[in-house]
Design a protein around this ligand. Sequence first.
Ligand code: TYD
Length: 203
Amino acid sequence: MSRGKFITLEGVDGAGKSSHVEWIAARLRALGHTLIVTREPGGTPLGESLRELLLREPMHLETETLLMFAARREHLAKLILPALERGDWVLSDRFTDASFAYQGGGRGLGEQRISDLENWVQQGLQPDLTLFFDLPVEVARQRLAASTASPDRFEQEDLAFFNRVRKVYQERALAYATRIKVIDSSKSIEEIRVILERYILTI
Ligand code: TYD
């Protein structure tokens, strides 16, 4: 039995990844993979409780980062690793690139701190493929405003914050070009699906 593949979706809030999750999942299932669709922060009962706190409760930046990784540890132990070992595939709406982008870029936590937690919690595990939905922050914010009634703690941040988040995603896409594929979210849904299909088939 071969190990399953781990795919993650990333991007600033409003960049459009949510519009594509179900379509990607349907394509992967049509290709014959047993697939688990999950998200971060969250994915387990404990992780979902932590998500509530993380999205609503003001807290110190290091507390926020530690809780993101605590939820991730649980997610890996209870859901992601057992699934991959069974040969199932896992599609996660966000993973550790979001910690580098939001806690690192957006909020200014040192990269080394995040790398240390990444090494501790993941012990070398990385996604097989990361799809980074990229869009100018001004456009992403307009889309977000149209779709969100009560913005969470992250969605309430300003343009400068999201520009820092986007910059880290872009830098990581360059640094890890084999793993992270940039999807130009200003294209039409049909054009994006053609691009997604190509990446899905080559993984
Ligand atoms: P998001 O996928 O945007 O949820 P929704 O589409 O339901 O609003 O994720 C919630 C927020 O969590 C998002 O603003 C980014 C943030 N986040 C971090 O700051 N660090 C992390 O490590 C993760 C996984 C998410």
